[in-house]
Design a protein around this ligand. Structure first.
Ligand SMILES: [Mn+2]
Length: 239
């Protein structure tokens, strides 16, 4: 079977063991019947580096490893929470790290995959923050610090981000439509799949060519995934 699955924004954390268990069930019951699984970022709530034991997350990593061993191809794209996931965890879980953006082909049509944060260009404060934490020198400095110190830095960055988010206009934190159009034209795609905004939907333009943007949902209350077997029949489902 040619089943492809797409998920993002699980934000897995030891503090929410029920969602980790939900993901394990998703792997064993749904994804195990699929040819491929694309994880489009923010798989975990935060990632301090592959040298972190991340004890509470091991059931999720084991589930991915079982899935990969069973023959499902797993692709992982970094989100804004887990961009420090590297080759060591990739090997541990059996996934391949892909770039953002990433082009795949379905029914001979190009399809663009993104995490989605780079589409939120109206949020200039976020874009500045992103540039700072994705800078090589910043990352090098961060990953050479002791884990406890990294945890402290990550926590304070999350807290200031939450404070900023609380006072932002919600529209600013959605994608910027002009940026979506530009990116889709630049890559020559009529279908874009992304996460990040936690606003699951299938948007289709009335223009010709018709352009479709599928937004994946988060895993806070329940699981959310997209099945895309044929390009014309996307199914955005809850689990
Ligand atoms: Mn995100």
């Amino acid at each position: 079977m040619n089943q492809r699955l797409f998920i993002s924004d699980l934000h897995l954390a030891p503090e929410r063991p029920e969602i980790i268990q939900l993901f394990v069930r998703f792997c064993d019951e749904i994804a195990s019947h699929s040819e491929s699984l694309y994880i489009l970022g923010d798989f975990v709530e935060y990632w301090l580096g592959d040298d972190d034991d991340a004890t509470g997350l091991q059931p999720a990593f084991n589930a991915l490893h079982r899935l990969a061993a069973g023959g499902c191809q797993i692709y992982f794209m970094h989100g804004n929470r887990d961009f420090l996931i590297g080759d060591k965890l990739a090997h541990r879980c059996g996934f391949e790290i892909i770039t953002d953006p990433y082009l795949i082909s379905i029914d001979e049509q190009p399809v663009l995959l993104m995490h989605g944060d780079t589409l939120c260009t109206d949020d200039t404060d976020y874009m500045k923050f992103r540039a700072m934490v994705r800078d090589d020198a910043f990352i090098q400095d961060f990953i050479t610090r002791p884990i406890a110190e990294r945890r402290q830095i990550a926590r304070s960055l999350r807290e200031s981000s939450q404070q900023a988010t609380a006072i932002k206009n919600p529209d600013i934190m959605d994608v910027t439509q002009d940026t979506v159009t530009t990116v889709m034209q630049q890559y020559g795609v009529e279908l874009l799949i992304h996460g990040h905004t936690h606003r699951p939907a299938i948007h289709t333009t009335k223009t010709r060519p018709e352009r479709t943007r599928i937004v994946l949902g988060d895993w806070y209350e329940s699981g959310s995934y997209l099945i895309l077997n044929a390009i014309e029949q996307p199914e955005l489902l809850e689990f």
